[in-house]
Design a binder for this molecule. Structure first.
Ligand code: PRX
Length: 636
């Protein structure tokens, strides 16, 4: 008989779990899934086709994930804090919800959704700031069986309409505005712009947050607080099939527009809970804080679903690490006695660049475990985090995973498996990573490098890309049939620990946010001055990678004009994608290094952007080698 939601507690237990997960994966996952609250148990544990990319977990089971996040805890944890909300401005009021209170808020919001015609299977887009209503909205969608598609509230109107149209969403949830440090942003206005091009949307539900007057479209827009006045406090959860869609989350790849990664009910639930519990080793009295925005997958799995499934107390922060001072993270940790803290290397690097007193003046006594996610953490940042934040007593878990994997794949289990600077570590039970050569041969042994792929499905594996399974197959399964291809390169060190090197495709990672270079080029090319562009990443002290754009303009641009043209290009990118995709450097050029067949040699552009022009490799296949000299001369 498996223990109730047991947790791995020693290296021996890890080894034993890992062995069982590879020898008999189905029995392993059946045991892990057992203690959840099921309306009906599964008929089969796994049906998998890793060539076509079809994976079904717990088929035939019926459940609702919110019954597992909320109802299941009411008897034993009803009065325990489920969600603590810390506002942008520390002088304003924090909000706390017990499990019982959160349950009630979710039920009420679920009733609002149903009163507004939302039905099981409908897509609901959520474009909201980091306020409690965002968390409640996501859970309310899951409760009524609607598929949520959260759009990070920094994306532009164009990016919203692309996502709303791709998902054919009928309802959008938003707010009047948002706070970001000392700035306030009129969120509803951005949504209004977006929805001019979205005929599928018939209802917009607006949360009042800043108290700003907003334009309400008659017959389409309603205020959440008015809708809440009329609803019941309970709401029976919709019964969902294991493989019904839970959410869509758009993410960038190396080609085309961002694609809607789809996760489903049961597998995602089991994976989110299992990985959360084991990686962070959260205890009943811990206060856990993940700084990610719910607009990204980290916010989905490790701010919301993972912690609530495990019955933990999760903290949600509206603000930014540097407002009102660069000590804000540390102040919040002391204020709420945070014991498990999960953030991104880019945040650590930006805080490292400020005076050390900003962190040393806080006690940080409550901390027990530190986590890192989103991009490789460089050794310097790792040591700073370990020494000054964790005071050399908190294990650092460097968690490698992706939107497509649903949850953490390779990471130390805090205090249990080895944690070393710049190493994600060992795979979690259920994860079978391999290093592949370019030809797709498995590279055996340690101290080796290759393309990182996963050879066996895990419960959180991507199910499809919304509305276009062929794209999913092409991207993740076709490159090496039989494997899930991650797009990352990795090294297995002497001890078998994995070190993630970075993307091997045309995806760049800027402050932990993923962009396809083609996606940014497409945006730049919308500018009326521009004929063609090529975007590459380059090492950036704080962001990890910066965006370097080489741009060819229609007309000859003088030095004086260049300032305006560059500003106009930036404006275009902000309008097309959002501020987060703003190029760090723009270099106007008259030509790009192309081969005779017209292919841009990005390798050369990357080298120049990195400032390493000593060895550009073979340039003899270039159509016009002189272009390279011009580019080197004009480097920013
Ligand atoms: O390149 C890897 C990098 O981020 C990519 C996934 O991005 P996204 O889907 O936006 O998910 C981010 C949060 C999970 C990966 O392909 N990445 C993520 N975590 C790490 C990482 N690179 C190195 N170390 C990590 N811990």
């Amino acid at each position: 008989m498996p223990a109730q939601h047991a947790r791995i507690q020693s290296i021996e237990e890890y080894e034993e779990a890992y062995r069982r997960s590879t020898e008999n994966p189905e029995q392993f996952w059946a045991d892990i899934a057992e203690p959840f609250s099921w309306r009906r148990k599964w008929d089969t544990i796994l049906e998998s086709d890793m060539v076509e990319g079809h994976n079904k977990w717990f088929k035939g089971a019926k459940l609702n994930i919110t019954e597992n996040c909320l109802d299941r805890h009411l008897a034993t944890r009803g009065n325990k804090l489920a969600l603590i909300w810390e506002p942008n401005d520390p002088k304003t009021r924090q909000i706390r919800y017990t499990y019982r209170e959160l349950h009630q808020e979710v039920c009420k919001f679920a009733n609002v959704l149903q009163n507004n015609g939302v039905e099981k299977g409908d897509r609901v887009c959520i474009y909201m700031p980091m306020i409690p209503q965002l968390a409640i909205a996501v859970l309310a969608c899951a409760r009524v069986g609607a598929v949520h598609s959260v759009i990070f509230a920094g994306f532009s109107a164009n990016a919203i309409s692309d996502r709303v149209n791709d998902a054919q969403a009928s309802v959008v949830l938003t707010s009047d505005g948002l706070n970001r440090g000392d700035k306030q942003i009129p969120v509803k206005r951005v949504v209004d712009d977006a929805l001019h091009h979205c005929p599928s949307v018939r209802r917009v539900i607006v949360t009042e947050h800043l108290g700003w007057p907003v334009n309400m479209v008659e017959g389409r827009d309603v205020w959440l607080h008015e809708e809440l006045e009329e609803v019941e406090k309970t709401s029976p959860a919709e019964e969902m099939d294991a493989e019904d869609l839970l959410f869509i989350l758009y993410t960038s790849g190396s080609t085309g527009k961002p694609k809607g990664v789809v996760h489903t009910q049961a597998g995602y639930m089991v994976w989110a809970d299992y990985t959360f519990r084991n990686v962070f080793q959260v205890n009943e009295n811990d206060v856990y804080w993940c700084t990610a925005d719910i607009g990204w997958v980290t916010g989905h799995t490790y701010l919301l679903y993972g912690p609530l499934l495990s019955g933990a107390t999760t903290l949600m922060f509206e603000g930014i690490p540097t407002y009102p001072s660069a000590g804000r993270f540390w102040e919040v940790i002391d204020k709420h006695s945070v014991s498990v803290f999960y953030t991104a290397p880019t945040a650590i690097r930006s805080l490292m660049a400020t005076p050390l007193d900003n962190v040393l003046s806080y006690s940080l006594d409550s901390l027990r475990v530190l986590g890192s996610v989103g991009e490789p953490i460089n050794e310097e940042a790792w040591h700073w985090y370990y020494t000054h934040v964790g005071k050399e007593r908190c294990p650092v878990v460097d968690t490698w995973w992706q939107t497509e994997t649903g949850g953490i794949m390779i990471s130390a289990l805090a205090g249990i498996t080895p944690s070393k600077p710049a190493r994600a570590g060992l795979p979690l039970p259920g994860v079978q990573p391999v290093l592949l050569s370019q030809e797709g041969k498995e590279i055996e042994g340690n101290d080796e490098e290759g393309y990182l792929a996963i050879k066996y499905p895990w419960p959180g594996i991507i199910r499809t890309t919304y509305g276009d399974h062929e794209r999913c197959r092409q991207t993740y399964f076709a490159p090496y049939p039989g494997y899930y291809f991650t797009g990352d390169g990795a090294r297995r060190d002497e001890e078998g620990l994995y070190r993630i090197i970075g993307r091997v495709d045309d995806v760049i990672n800027v402050s932990g946010h993923r962009f396809g270079t083609a996606e940014i080029e497409n945006a730049i090319n919308q500018n009326s001055h521009v004929v063609e562009s090529a975007v590459v990443g380059y090492p950036h002290d704080v962001k990890g990678q910066g965006i370097y754009a080489y741009v060819i303009c229609r007309e000859k641009i003088s030095k004086e004009e260049a300032i305006y043209v560059e500003a106009s290009i930036i404006e275009t990118v902000v309008a097309e994608i959002g501020k987060i995709a703003r190029p760090d450097k723009i270099q106007l050029v008259t030509g790009l290094p192309k081969t005779r067949s017209g292919k841009i040699m990005r390798r050369i552009l990357r080298k120049v952007a990195e400032g390493d022009t000593s060895n550009l490799g073979d340039t003899t296949t270039l159509l016009d080698p002189n272009v390279v000299d011009e580019i080197i001369e004009g480097k920013k």
